[in-house]
Design a protein around this ligand. Structure first.
Ligand SMILES: [Zn+2]
Length: 436
């Protein structure tokens, strides 16, 4: 088995239960696993990476995105959500070919690797092509085909068949690094029968049930008008909630809905940048979710509503949003924010025993930031490293990204993606795609 030694890293943030921050240590990776954490004296690996001047931390976990949407990045901004979807996004998405989604996924993967993300949960279409891309680039991926039946039983059947086909495709892909999730798009685009079918499929096959919930005030108003229930009450009543569910957004939820989500063991993917950019209004009640014990991870959402896949950016915006919203700088600390992007994100995806922290026996998913940058100096000591990472660090500081023991980037050079070629291909696709 090949082994890699990260030698003499200056700082190591384990994000383990004790939130250990260590100085001058080395990490041994054997195959895909962290096999030892020790001092400077460690030796004897097949490959060595010099950790001098570097901060090592767990790879970031993006719990909600639409990877191939990078193709529509910056194309239609500063619009109202419904106009944006109806007039700009949906007509262009209808023109997306499998090849376009594949190239978009490669470009999005390059962006994630270069900004320190090692695991992501995706929802889109042409997912076989996204899966192919994820397998090639080396990221840890959970992929869902976005089911939309628009309350039509015939369409529901077609969508379920597509989901089953994709499930088999992933099973035959032959890598545990790329996994399937079932993806009912939202309670307002899927019939109750489909939502319950998705829940049962998730439970039967032990996979994530990935859905958008309560993103806008309009969604809540429509549900109250049509069903006399709030969205989470409706999902509870029809029997669609499950502890396998990762509900993106949950912006417009009451304390009572938070309690219902917690009781069902539902996990939340919080996307602060997208919520602010689309002016979804309101702010997801994170403190109440924490108190209720809900596992909350962070997500970027698609690049059409963010407009990047940068989790460093998302961490900072997240912390600032909640402080500004509650008039309370203590409401979301730097440490808690980093937790959301790492170990709590892992918990939200049911991966807390595999990834999200640097511990012996866990998967070797980690990133290294070069602290010899103006924006990361001075470092006053152990107590300020986490603040530096959340409030000062940027994607550009990420030097090395390792997933499953494989080095995907080092010295900011991508190892599994030809970025010049990808940018050329994506530019050509974008020229043919975007029409007004
Ligand atoms: Zn989304």
């Amino acid at each position: 088995m090949p082994s890699t030694l990260i030698k003499n890293c200056t700082w190591l943030l384990t994000q383990n239960r004790k939130r250990d921050i260590m100085r001058d240590c080395s990490i041994m990776i054997t195959d895909d696993i962290i096999s030892a954490i020790g001092g400077r004296a460690m030796e004897g690996a097949d490959f060595e990476i010099d950790g001098t001047g570097k901060i090592v931390l767990p790879g970031l976990i993006n719990t909600h995105t639409h990877l191939s949407m990078v193709l529509l990045r910056g194309y239609a901004d500063d619009m109202r959500l419904q106009d944006w979807l109806r007039n700009k996004i949906w007509p262009n998405e209808a023109r997306l070919t499998p090849e376009a989604c594949y190239q978009g996924a490669i470009l999005g993967s390059a962006e994630m690797i270069m900004s320190g993300t090692t695991t992501f949960l995706d929802m889109y279409f042409n997912m076989e092509d996204v899966a192919r891309a994820a397998k090639e680039v080396g990221l840890r991926a959970f992929l869902s085909y976005g089911i939309i039946d628009l309350f039509d039983a015939t369409k529901a059947k077609v969508e379920q068949d597509k989901t089953r086909k994709f499930f088999e495709y992933i099973r035959d892909l032959g890598t545990s690094r790329v996994q399937f999730a079932v993806g009912p798009h939202a309670p307002y685009t899927c019939s109750p029968e489909t939502l319950v079918w998705a829940k049962e499929f998730a439970e039967k096959n032990a996979v994530i049930d990935h859905i958008h919930v309560a993103e806008t005030r309009k969604e809540q108003a429509d549900f109250q008008k049509q069903h006399g229930l709030r969205v989470v009450e409706y999902l509870d009543k029809i029997g669609a909630l499950t502890n396998r569910m990762l509900a993106a957004h949950c912006v417009w939820v009451t304390k009572s809905e938070v309690a219902t989500l917690a009781k069902a063991g539902v996990n939340v993917g919080h996307c602060p940048v997208s919520n602010m950019k689309l002016a979804s209004g309101g702010v997801a009640p994170l403190p109440e979710m924490f108190e209720a014990g809900i596992a909350v991870g962070l997500g970027t959402d698609g690049a059409a509503s963010n407009n990047s896949l940068d989790m460093f950016d998302t961490m900072k915006v997240c912390a600032l949003l909640h402080k500004a919203h509650r008039w309370d700088p203590t409401v979301l600390s730097a440490q808690k924010t980093l937790d959301l992007a790492t170990i709590e994100g892992a918990r939200a995806l049911g991966l807390q025993n595999e990834t999200g922290s640097i511990e012996v026996g866990k998967k070797a998913d980690l990133i290294m930031l070069d602290m010899r940058s103006p924006n990361l100096n001075p470092i006053h000591g152990k107590d300020t490293v986490v603040s530096d990472l959340v409030y000062s660090a940027s994607a550009a500081n990420v030097d090395t990204t390792i997933v499953d023991g494989q080095v995907l980037m080092t010295k900011r050079q991508l190892r599994t993606i030809n970025i010049e070629q990808t940018i050329q291909k994506v530019s050509r696709i974008a020229q043919g795609l975007v029409q007004t």
